[in-house]
Design a protein around this ligand. Structure first.
Ligand SMILES: C[S@@+](CC[C@H](N)C(=O)[O-])C[C@H]1O[C@@H](n2cnc3c(N)ncnc32)[C@H](O)[C@@H]1O
Length: 151
């Protein structure tokens, strides 16, 4: 969700290919980035594993049936809280959720920062860590990544 020019998508596609195949969805609302991703991923030999969507990611997730083994969320941060209910519905039990920018360059600790993006990251983190349906780890790599297992 928020797949950009396809860097992370390439790693997911590699894993899927090496584990017997499947489908990887790439979704970004910018046509130009989607086209760049299409070029990169087909040159890497992953073209036929990937379905491309040029659209808003949460709406796209709503329309794709699933269930999914893994969801990677990297959309606009103010949309993080509202995305969680649908992600939980679409991920299979035992599936993994990865969410980027959970430290938000340290802004989550800045009491003076109440911007919608920072509040979005805070609220998402509070909600998922208080929900007993998830086992959640916050990995402090680069900008902070949540890796969560859906029970
Ligand atoms: C941080 S970049 C992508 C990096 C990518 N996830 C990766 O790891 O390779 C996020 C991209 O998602 C797009 N984006 C942000 N919010 C989105 C949304 N709600 N729906 C679709 N695309 C979105 C942004 O415009 C940007 O191009």
């Amino acid at each position: 969700m928020g797949s950009g020019y396809g860097y992370s998508t390439a790693w997911f596609a590699k894993a899927v290919k090496e584990n017997g195949g499947g489908v990887v969805h790439h979704v970004v609302w910018d046509e130009k980035l989607s086209q760049m991703a299409t070029g990169h991923l087909s040159r890497l030999g992953y073209g036929d594993l990937i379905q491309y969507h040029v659209a808003e990611a949460v709406e796209t997730l709503r329309q794709v049936s699933g269930p999914f083994d893994l969801i990677f969320n990297d959309i606009n941060k103010e949309a993080y809280p509202a995305s969680l209910t649908l992600i939980k519905e679409k991920l299979r039990p035992g599936g993994a959720l990865i969410v980027d920018n959970i430290l938000w360059s340290g802004r989550i600790f800045d009491k003076k920062d109440s911007s919608p993006a920072t509040e979005g990251v805070r609220e998402f983190t509070k909600t998922i860590t208080n929900d007993s349906d998830w086992i959640v780890s916050l990995v402090p790599v680069r900008d902070g990544v949540i890796v969560a297992y859906k029970k």
